[in-house]
Design a protein around this ligand. Structure first.
Ligand SMILES: [Zn+2]
Ligand SMILES: [Zn+2]
Ligand SMILES: [Zn+2]
Length: 293
């Protein structure tokens, strides 16, 4: 004869609980925290600063930057006034005097206009280096080499600057940048999403759902799995006070175990609960949870 597994018997379990031999485990606290997403302006370092530094030290290819022509007709690279010139030079280099016949430009002169409209931005580089000496790649000989050469301002550019009253006399790049270079703001305001979290008091429905979820939809007493009929699983308040949602006052119980709690005799005659209780009994059988009745 095969004896029933008493550890899987509901009535035995209830008896052990009543005798105090077994205790219903206390529910683990569930935190009710919600994320608050706020959009706000945050002061951050201006990325232009680092670009400005780079432009001061090296020759930045024009096709790697945003090239515009300012209202005053000058070349602006990412918003900064800059010299534009051809870096790879094939002729006109005077190695003894360290000069070149190539010119640098500051304005939208005829040469620059043609360069932009012809899409030859990649031939040109830009810099805000102000000593009049420019890094150049010398391709005039057999050997390609890097040099630093003194270049002169293009004649057309010079005329345009003079017309606009922007040509320092005597001309120097230092003076030109000092007078006409816009100051880069150190910081800018950036729109950022700031996510914070805050504790909140949930409604009863949410408390019930979260605790049932935490218990994986199993009754704490008989262990019947109600995940297929979640309505049969209740959140029981031990002290009878539905407002007291402290986890130590809560039990996740199936309708049948719930109806057997102290002061809960009203549940059984209720047709809705009766339906749930008979469903629980069916589910227990399917799940191998045995009952003596
Ligand atoms: Zn020019
Ligand atoms: Zn139960
Ligand atoms: Zn209850």
């Amino acid at each position: 004869m095969k004896l029933p597994d008493y550890l899987k018997c509901v009535e035995v379990k209830e008896l052990l609980l009543k005798m105090g031999i077994e205790k219903i485990p206390e529910l683990k606290p569930v935190e009710f925290i919600r994320e608050i997403v706020k959009v706000q302006k945050v002061e951050v370092e201006n990325p232009q600063l680092s670009f400005g530094k780079r432009l001061e030290l090296e020759a930045v290819p024009l096709n790697q930057a945003q090239v515009t022509i300012g209202k005053d007709g000058t070349i602006e690279v990412n918003g900064l006034k800059a010299c534009a010139y051809i870096k790879k030079q094939r002729q006109g280099i005077d190695h003894y005097r360290k000069t070149s016949e190539y010119r640098f430009h500051l304005c939208n002169c005829h040469t620059i206009e043609q360069m932009i409209s012809g899409g030859r931005l990649s031939r040109y580089v830009s810099t805000t280096r102000s000593d009049g000496v420019f890094p150049v790649i010398d391709q005039s000989g057999y050997k390609v080499r890097e040099l630093e050469l003194k270049l002169e301002l293009c004649t057309n550019c010079k005329r345009i600057l003079a017309d606009r009253g922007m040509l320092p006399s005597p001309f120097s790049l230092k003076e030109f940048f000092k007078r006409f270079q816009p100051e880069i703001p150190k910081t800018i305001l950036k729109t950022e999403q700031v996510i914070t979290s805050e504790a909140y008091s949930p409604d009863h429905q949410e408390v019930a759902t979260r605790y049932k979820e935490a218990e994986k939809y199993k009754c704490q007493i008989c262990r019947v799995d109600c995940s297929s009929s979640k309505g049969c699983l209740h959140l029981h308040h031990v002290d009878g006070n539905g407002q007291n949602n402290h986890h130590s006052n809560l039990r996740v119980l199936c309708a049948d175990c719930h109806s057997k709690q102290f002061m809960h005799t009203h549940m059984e005659p209720n047709p809705e609960f009766a339906k749930q209780i008979s469903l629980i009994k069916k589910m227990r059988k399917q799940q191998g949870i045995v009952g003596l009745l």
